[in-house]
Design a protein around this ligand. Structure first.
Ligand code: GDP
Length: 305
C-alpha cells in the first residue's frame, strides 16, 4: 500500500487492494513501523510504498519500505513524480521570472513539471485586464510548449481544464506548487469533490498564518494522489551549484555539449552554443535573461559567506 498520512508515530496505509475484499471496512490501516527501521536510520514518509501486515486488532505494521523514486523535504513526501506548477493569467500578474525560478528547482529535484495556467476565465472580462490575461496565456504557450512542457489552461470557477488535469494525474503522486493566491487550493477543491480547502483573496491574506506548518496528507483522487500542502515554496539557490543552473534550463542542457569550452557558463565565453542560440532566436531571450539574473543571485549569495 501507500502511506497517506503520518501522525504521532502512526502511519496510515491505504492498501493497493481494497480491504473490503478480505472483510475489513476501513479505507486505510493505522500502522506502527517495525523497530528495525529506526535501527537502520530510516523514517517512513508519506508517499512511501510499503508492505504491511494486519494485526489482530485491525491495526497493522509497516514491514518493508520499497525504494523511493524521489524525496521532497518540504513537504516531506516520498515518490512525488509530478509537480503541477500553477500560475494565474492575472491576479496575481504572470511573473515569468518567478515561473523560471520554480522550474529550476523542480528540474533540479528531477521531478516532471507540468504547467497549469489558472483563472483563464478572467480573459472573458472587458478591458485592459482581459488583454493582460490573453497576453499571459500567449506568452506561456509560445515559450514553454516549445521547451516540451505540457500546459493546461484552467479555471476553477468555470471548471475548465479540470477534468483533463485530473486525468493527467492518474497513476501519479503529485504536488501543487506556485505563489500564494494563484488558485492552487481552489483547483484542488475542484479536483476532489468535498475537499473544502480554505481559499482566500490576496487582500485578505495578511496575518492569517495560512501557511503555518502542519502535517502533510495525500488526497485520494481516484487513481492518483495529490499532496494537500504546496511544494517548492522555498526558492533560494542554496542547494544548487553554479554548474547545476544551466542544467535546469532544458534548452541549455540540450546544447551544453556544443559549447567550445567545457564548464562554459554561457555568459561571455567564445564559441558558446547557448549565446549563439539566443542570437539566432532559437533560445528565448527572456529565459536567458532570467538565467543570468539567477547566476548573479547565486554568485552574490556565495560571496556573502
Ligand atoms: P492559493 O493560495 O494558490 O491556494 O489560492 P486560492 O485557491 O486560495 O485562491 C486565491 C484567490 O483566487 C481566491 O480569492 C479565489 O476565489 C480566486 N480564484 C481561484 N481560482 C480562480 C479562478 O479559476 N477564477 C477566478 N476568477 N478566481 C479564482
Amino acid at each position: 500500500g501507500t502511506i497517506v498520512k503520518a501522525l504521532s508515530g502512526y502511519y496510515y496505509v491505504q492498501p493497493d487492494q481494497p480491504l473490503v475484499d478480505i472483510g475489513y471496512d476501513m479505507k486505510s490501516v493505522q500502522c506502527r513501523a517495525r523497530g528495525v527501521f529506526k535501527k537502520r536510520g530510516l523514517t517512513p514518509l508519506v508517499g512511501d510504498k510499503v508492505q504491511f501486515s494486519l494485526t489482530e486488532n485491525g491495526e497493522g505494521t509497516v514491514d518493508e519500505l520499497l525504494p523511493r523514486s524521489s524525496q521532497l523535504i518540504r513537504p516531506p513526501v516520498a515518490n512525488i513524480d509530478l509537480v503541477v506548477l500553477v500560475f494565474s493569467v492575472i491576479e496575481p500578474s504572470l511573473n515569468t521570472q518567478l515561473l523560471d525560478k520554480f522550474l529550476v528547482h523542480i528540474e533540479h529535484a528531477e521531478i516532471k513539471p507540468i504547467l497549469c495556467l489558472s483563472k483563464e476565465d478572467l480573459q472573458q472580462q472587458e478591458g485592459a485586464q482581459a488583454n493582460e490575461a490573453k497576453e499571459a496565456i500567449a506568452t506561456i504557450h509560445q515559450i514553454y510548449s516549445k521547451l516540451g512542457y505540457e500546459i493546461y489552461d484552467t479555471s476553477a470557477t468555470e471548471q475548465t481544464g479540470v477534468a483533463e488535469l485530473k486525468e493527467r494525474l492518474q497513476g501519479h503522486i503529485a504536488v501543487f506548487a506556485g505563489q500564494s493566491g494563484v488558485g492552487k487550493s481552489s483547483l484542488l477543491n475542484q479536483l476532489v469533490p468535498g475537499l473544502n480547502l480554505e481559499t482566500s483573496a490576496i487582500s485578505q491574506r495578511l496575518g492569517r498564518g495560512k501557511h503555518t506548518t502542519r502535517h502533510v496528507e495525500l488526497i485520494d483522487i481516484d487513481g492518483g494522489w495529490v499532496a494537500d500542502t504546496p511544494g517548492f515554496s522555498q526558492l533560494d539557490f542554496a542547494q544548487l551549484g553554479v554548474e547545476d543552473l544551466s542544467y535546469c534550463f532544458v534548452e541549455m542542457r540540450e546544447r551544453a555539449g556544443d559549447c567550445k569550452f567545457r564548464g562554459c557558463t554561457h555568459v561571455q565565453e567564445p564559441g558558446c552554443a547557448v549565446i549563439a542560440g539566443v542570437q539566432a532566436g532559437s533560445i528565448a531571450m527572456e529565459r536567458y535573461e532570467h538565467y543570468k539574473i539567477f547566476l548573479q543571485e547565486m554568485n552574490d549569495s556565495k560571496r556573502r559567506y
